[in-house]
Ligand binder design. Structure first.
Ligand code: HEC
Length: 192
C-alpha cells in the first residue's frame, strides 16, 4: 500500500486507491464541459426548431422542394424549345448550330453502327432514299427516340434527352439522299 506524502498534489482529491493506483476527483476541464453543454443546448434548440415549431425544413421537405424545382425547370425548358414537327425538324436541318450539335452526337453515338459518314455498317445506310421505318422527319425522330430495340436500334430518348434527339434527327434529315460513296446497299422502301 502506497503512502501519501504530505507533498502529494493529489492528496485531497484521491477518492479511491487500489494497488497504488490513485483515482482522483479532478474537475473536468472547462473546454470539455463547454463542448458537452454546447452540444446538449444545440440538440435541444435543433429539436424544438425542427420537430416542434418546424422552422427548419426537414431533409424530406428539402428533397421534395428540390425535385419540384427540377420538374418545373424541365417543363419550362420543354415549353421554350416548343413542340416537334416535320417543319421544326426541317428548319433545324438548315440551322448551322443545330446541325453542328447533331453532327457531334452522331459522331459519338451513332457512327459505330451507321458509319461516320452515315453510309451504314451494322445499321442501315442513312444517306440513301430507302427507309425501313420511314424517311419523313418525324419518322426519323421517332426511330431515334424510341428505337427498334428488337432489331438492334437502341432507343436514344432517355440517354440523349429531347434536345439532342432533335438535333441528331435534323442531322440525319440533312444526310438523306446524299448517297455517300461506299454506302451500304439500300434497305426498305424507296421514298423521296
Ligand atoms: C448498336 C448499333 C446502333 C447504334 C449505336 C445506332 N443505331 Fe440506328 N439502327 C441500328 C440498326 C440495326 C437499325 C436497323 C433496325 C431495323 O432493322 O429495323 C437502325 C436503324 C436506324 C434508323 C432507321 C433507318 C431506316 O431505314 O428506317 C435511323 C434513322 C437510325 N438508326 C438512326 C440512328 C441514330 C441517329 C443513332 C445515334 C443516336 C443510331 N441510329 C445509333 C443500329 C444502331
Amino acid at each position: 500500500m502506497a503512502t501519501q506524502s504530505s507533498t502529494d498534489p493529489n492528496k485531497d482529491k484521491v477518492i479511491h486507491e487500489y494497488d497504488g493506483i490513485q483515482e482522483c476527483d479532478n474537475a473536468l476541464p472547462n473546454w470539455w464541459l463547454g463542448i458537452l453543454y454546447g452540444t446538449i443546448a444545440f440538440g435541444a434548440i435543433y429539436w424544438l426548431s425542427a420537430e416542434s415549431f418546424k422552422t427548419t425544413p426537414s431533409p424530406r421537405a428539402e428533397y421534395h422542394a428540390e425535385m419540384e424545382k427540377i420538374a418545373a425547370e424541365e417543363a419550362a425548358k420543354m415549353k421554350a424549345i416548343g413542340s416537334v414537327s416535320d417543319e421544326s425538324l426541317l428548319a433545324m436541318a438548315k440551322d448551322t448550330k443545330a446541325l453542328d450539335d447533331g453532327k457531334g452526337v452522331f459522331a459519338s453515338t451513332c457512327a459505330p453502327c451507321h458509319a461516320a459518314n452515315g453510309g451504314g455498317s451494322i445499321g442501315p445506310n442513312l444517306t440513301d432514299a430507302n427507309w425501313l421505318h420511314g424517311g419523313a422527319p418525324m419518322k426519323i425522330y421517332g426511330t431515334i427516340k424510341d428505337g427498334f430495340t428488337a432489331k438492334g436500334m437502341p432507343a436514344w430518348g432517355p440517354a440523349l434527352g429531347e434536345e439532342r434527339v432533335r438535333a441528331v434527327a435534323a442531322y440525319v434529315v440533312s444526310l438523306k439522299n446524299t448517297n455517300v460513296a461506299g454506302g451500304k446497299a439500300p434497305q426498305g422502301d424507296p421514298e423521296q
